[in-house]
Design a protein around this ligand. Structure first.
Ligand code: NAG
Ligand code: NAG
Ligand code: NAG
Length: 436
């Protein structure tokens, strides 16, 4: 049975039976509660984009009513938790979902680029993202910018280069699942190799939510705006040498692929103290009960001082556990599968969104959240932080390491539940356990 069917069935059953609260809560004697117990409604997702034959309606249990006005059914199929939210959602939470599909795409000969920054999602003040595509041989031209650049390769092979203020050079090759990082202001280049027929695609992350891919400093744009006599004097050659420089920026343009042998492409051997690429594709994932994850931060990729990541895989029915990141906002990118996230924003505010591949989530620092696989295939996503160090707090571990009587006094849990709390971070949990 498909997992969403199971969820829907459970939702129907639970609505029909309106299961009463357990009558005995052992060893949680307790004083008269000062507030009523939370609702028993499990608030399952009502449908997903994979649901067949569903006409989405803004109805959950006794709440809501059929829609009479116009409907965008494909959008509503993708966003059940916005259209018919769980009853736990409340208050105002700034929008934290942006699909790259809605970003304006800049089409060039040889590739394209589309971006998300604070203009698309005002809450995302710390990080901006760009999705870029280069055909075989195509070049994202030599350029620099005032923000640090971190990248994750989605497909294909690329060669990147970088020169430091100390005149050191780094030339590196990357493949799907690998990373690069260029510090703010360092000049660099990106080119797709011909080892795959279709070239390459990648995700760029900038450590500033106001970054715009359209305002970088470009080699051609600069020289098109310097008097030619100055250019000639600068390079100490005749002015005619610059008869064919472009009159405006190239940005992304086609070219012959670089030589296969990277050593034959080097002017001088690499001499930076740190590598500016990192083969995350070669890192073995850490196994978790419901999936696996790879954390890569400055402890393993020391050059990447301002951006780090966790690449997370969640098996069908599993979930990235309830957690938060103490000081850093999370920019989340969905690679495969379907996900549900509820963000808890303090002050009785929470909102749930559903995500598909190519979508972005942005979760401010310390906001509690989970990432549930609501689809029929493994969910793969990247948690990206503007930080050199990955940090998270697991709710489960926090409760497990706190005196049990203290925890019981808050949540009225029984001893069996207290005993199941995990002193070790789970990170990714498996499908729900049925009541023992
Ligand atoms: C972020 O980028 C904007 C736009 O370029 C710039 O004005 C701002 O100073 C940058 N912030 C930081 C912290 O660098
Ligand atoms: C890739 O490009 C290099 C350099 O132009 C060339 O030597 C090589 O034959 C090409 N390989 C393929 C598979 O096209
Ligand atoms: C990664 O896993 C493979 C296969 O299990 C193993 O051969 C290899 O040694 C591991 N590499 C590291 C760095 O642990």
């Amino acid at each position: 049975m498909h997992s969403w069917c199971l969820l829907s069935t459970l939702a129907l059953i639970s609505t029909a039976l309106a299961v009463p609260a357990p009558s005995v809560v052992s060893s949680a004697p307790a004083a008269t509660p000062t507030v009523p117990y939370a609702s028993d409604d499990p608030n399952y997702p009502l449908w997903t984009d994979e649901s067949v034959g569903v006409t989405p309606e803004p109805i959950r249990g006794t709440l809501g009513a059929k829609i009479l006005g116009p409907q965008n059914i494909p959008m509503e199929l993708q966003n059940s938790d916005a259209f018919a939210p769980p009853t736990t959602d409340a208050g105002d939470v700034e929008n934290f979902k942006w699909p790259f599909s809605l970003s304006h795409n800049r089409l060039q000969t040889g590739g394209w680029a589309r971006q998300q920054n604070v203009n698309q999602m005002p809450v995302a003040t710390a990080i901006a993202g760009v999705n870029m595509r280069l055909e075989v041989g195509a070049i994202r031209e030599m350029h620099w910018h005032t923000d640090g650049e971190w990248a994750y390769v989605l497909a294909g092979d690329l060669r990147v280069s970088c020169v430091t203020p100390d005149g050191q050079v780094y030339l590196g090759d990357v493949t799907a699942g690998d990373l690069w990082y260029f510090p703010a202001g360092y000049p660099h280049s990106i080119q797709a190799k011909n080892t795959t027929a279709d070239g390459a695609e990648f995700l760029l992350i900038f450590d500033n939510g106001s970054f715009s891919e359209d305002s970088t400093f470009l080699l051609t744009d600069w020289l098109a705006h310097v008097p030619k006599e100055v250019i000639a004097k600068n390079f100490q050659v005749d002015i005619s040498a610059f008869d064919h420089i472009p009159s405006k920026e190239l940005y992304i343009f086609p070219s012959a692929p670089p030589p296969e042998d990277i050593n034959s492409d080097m002017v001088v051997p690499n001499d930076t103290p740190l590598a500016y690429t990192f083969a995350m594709s070669k890192v073995n994932a850490t196994e978790a009960p419901g999936g696996s994850y790879k954390v890569v931060d400055s402890r393993t990729f020391p050059a990447a001082t301002t951006v780090c990541t966790a690449e997370v895989t969640v098996e069908v029915g599993g979930m990235r556990e309830l957690h938060w990141h103490p000081t850093e906002p999370e920019w989340t990118y969905f690679v495969t599968g379907s996900a549900r996230i509820t963000v808890y924003a303090s002050s009785a505010s929470a909102q749930t969104f559903d995500f598909q591949p190519g979508d972005i989530a942005y979760i401010p620092p310390s906001f509690g959240h989970y990432v549930e696989n609501t689809g029929n295939e493994p969910l793969v996503f990247l948690e990206i932080f503007r930080s050199g160090l990955f940090q998270d707090i697991s709710l489960n571990q926090w409760l497990a390491l706190t005196p049990p009587e203290l925890v019981k006094a808050h949540l009225n849990l029984d001893d069996a539940t207290i005993a199941r709390l995990s002193k070790v971070k789970q990170e990714v949990v498996g499908p729900a356990k049925s009541v023992a």
